[in-house]
Design a protein around this ligand. Structure first.
Ligand code: ZN
Length: 224
């Protein structure tokens, strides 16, 4: 009974209205195949809506991807992870490009610490303008910087006494300051902590007698 009632209207449709329905159906079908029919606007709307949704989604995805740049960091031991540029200088004893970038022109009061282990290396009062293109200091925080003969046989390499990270070279006898010493340090080997800001804790390598060289560690690593 109910089905009869439901079917009745279609059954009672005139052949003309059925033909119109068929035409509309055909139009929609052909429009979806790219037909430039009169109902182009309707078909384009239905075609664009899902596509624009997808685009919005992919745009959102690409935006969120670009927010997080992929930076591979080198992690050696317990120390701060290093970017490839930092690792090239600090671990492979490379030299950064000279210039007025980085910490070369920094004059603010504060402390220069090791980028790798946070050990305080230089005070701002040790810094002077040498115009050599790298940050220059004529003194260091006591015990913070170790000196080694450079592989080139001429210069003296300076490294962080705590983590052995490469800092640069030290030169004497240039008469640039009364102390007559120039620590020529790569900006990338350091981090500047402005005065008043808390210094991060120094990261100390746990003692490993088997792995390390037989360097005597008579000083207390906990002491600064
Ligand atoms: Zn260090």
């Amino acid at each position: 009974m109910l089905s009869r009632l439901l079917h009745r209207p279609s059954q009672t449709r005139s052949p003309r209205s059925i033909a119109r329905l068929l035409v509309i159906t055909l139009c929609v079908a052909t429009a979806s195949l790219g037909c430039h029919a009169g109902d182009e606007v309707d078909s384009s709307e239905t075609a664009v809506t899902p596509a624009s949704k997808v685009n919005a989604e992919t745009n959102a995805m690409s935006k969120s991807d670009s927010v997080e740049p992929q930076v591979v960091k080198t992690i050696v031991g317990p120390f701060n992870p290093l970017t490839p540029e930092e690792a090239y200088v600090i671990l492979e004893k490379g030299t950064e490009r000279p210039g007025d970038h980085g910490l070369t022109l920094t004059k603010d009061p504060g402390t220069y610490i090791c980028r790798r282990c946070n050990a305080p290396l230089y005070h701002a009062k040790h810094k002077f303008v040498s115009h050599c293109g790298w940050p220059s200091f004529d003194d260091e925080i006591k015990g913070a910087v170790a000196r080694h003969p450079d592989a080139d046989g001429r210069r003296v390499e300076i490294v962080c006494a705590n983590c052995d990270g490469h800092l640069g070279h030290v030169f004497e006898g240039e008469q640039l300051t009364p102390k007559n010493v120039r620590h020529c340090v790569n900006s990338i080997s350091m981090k500047f902590i402005p005065e008043g800001k808390e210094l991060p804790a120094k990261i100390v390598q746990p003692e490993s007698k088997s792995d390390n060289t037989s360097e005597p560690t008579d000083k207390d690593p906990a002491k600064d």
